[in-house]
Write a protein that binds this ligand. Structure first.
Ligand code: ATP
Length: 370
């Protein structure tokens, strides 16, 4: 039985530090016999930019829908500071707004769109207009856009109008459900930076969901990686990049080199990885585990040059990635290795050339566990 009366304050067990604005405790959601969220816990700090990242079907949208009140949890609770909100309907959660650029009224003006939520609340016209103009300035749109129709705005301008409308209520938390996914690459990159900047200027709490860890890295204070209805890792972008807790997290951000390391600190038979003699004993490096090496940490070794880790391979192909070059290397056992260097560091070898790759202990990370 779900309680009818909302509890007056969060139970001691889930009470969080004073700066916590949102607490999720044991949140579970099932659809018939399918469990989309498996009793997840999370504390979001006031003013934080938290991004939830995960592959399709991992439960991101379900979580946001529960947070904004579009779905009810099967069990668990959601707290806004000390108030339990999971049984409140969406319109009774005034601090929560969903940012949806597609839901703008195309035939109406920018001003009418921004003022729409205020009009519903009965805010007087003069006050509405003043707030709309203030928000245009905040979103770096000229004041004369107030009378421009949405149809006359570019994709990027529409996103800014949608943001202004979401901010019109002065919500404490803004939720974003993949707002940039339909935009072209350059506009997306610009808006990622604008969102981060807007977050800093407003001091609001932003909760953002996306498929793209790269996008999350640009904007977020913390990233929560979701996998099959659970959080796999919740950490700062730097921590996730440098110390992923699992192969799943390590592999989520583009190319990565993974090597199995055995219990005595040497490579698995067949991978061809050579570890500097004595390194395992000196540093306590031992498995079982997986060694994670980012492509930019790997270098081509010159004749006689040594590194903590070395591996032989054959150059397979070179790919240009803007300012960087990526090399694909054939390793033993049909495995592939990836190396990324700056354009100025282009190597002279052609596909088919034997190469020796190396990297140091300080630029790789061992995920413990078989
Ligand atoms: P995407 O990135 O593709 O939007 P997501 O991470 O947001 O995916 P959800 O939409 O939360 O994932 O879905 C999580 C799982 O729950 C999926 O397997 C989905 O099929 C299932 N699911 C979501 N809503 C329902 C529903 N109303 N009825 C049944 N199953 C559902």
């Amino acid at each position: 039985m779900r309680p009818n009366v909302l509890e007056a304050s969060a139970p001691a067990a889930i009470k969080a530090p004073a700066r916590t604005i949102l607490t999720i405790a044991g949140l579970e959601k099932t659809f018939d016999d399918f469990t989309a969220l498996h009793g997840i816990d999370l504390h979001v700090q006031d003013g934080e930019f938290l991004t939830i990242v995960g592959p399709s079907g991992s439960g991101k949208t379900t979580l946001i829908r529960l947070l904004v009140g579009m779905e009810t949890p099967t069990s668990g609770s959601i707290w806004l500071r000390d108030q339990r909100i999971d049984e409140l309907p969406p319109n009774k959660r005034p601090t929560c707004m969903v940012f949806q650029s597609l839901a703008l009224f195309p035939h109406r003006t920018v001003g009418e769109n921004i003022e729409f939520p205020l009009k519903i609340r009965g805010t007087p016209a003069a006050e509405r207009k003043a707030r709309a103009l203030e928000l245009l300035t905040l979103l770096r749109l000229p004041p004369d856009y107030y009378s421009k129709r949405i149809q006359q705005c570019s994709g990027g301008e529409r996103q800014r109008v949608a943001l202004a409308r979401a901010l019109a209520f002065d919500p404490e938390i803004l939720f974003f459900d993949e707002p940039l996914s339909a935009l072209d690459y350059r506009l997306r990159k610009t808006l990622e930076k604008e969102l981060k900047d807007l977050h800093a200027r407003t001091g609001k709490t932003f909760i953002y969901i996306t498929h793209s860890l790269e996008e999350a890295m640009v904007m977020s204070d913390r990233i929560a990686i979701m996998r099959a209805g659970r959080f796999e890792q919740i950490a700062t972008p730097d921590e996730i990049y440098a110390r992923p807790v699992s192969r799943f997290v390590a592999g989520f951000m583009g190319e990565v080199n993974l090597f199995d390391v055995t219990a005595d600190g040497t490579d698995m038979a067949g991978s061809g990885l050579v570890i500097r003699p004595g390194l395992a004993a000196e540093t306590g490096l031992k498995g079982p585990g997986t060694l994670v090496v980012r492509p930019e940490a790997v270098r081509f070794l010159d004749f006689g040059e040594a590194a903590d880790f070395q591996i032989q391979g054959v150059l397979h192909a070179e790919y240009a990635l803007g300012s960087r070059l990526q090399y694909e290397i054939d390793l033993a056992d049909d495995r592939k290795g990836t190396v990324e260097v700056l354009r100025e560091q282009r190597i002279t070898g052609k596909p088919g050339t034997d190469v020796r790759l190396g990297w140091d202990l300080s630029s790789c990370h061992l995920i413990k566990g078989a």
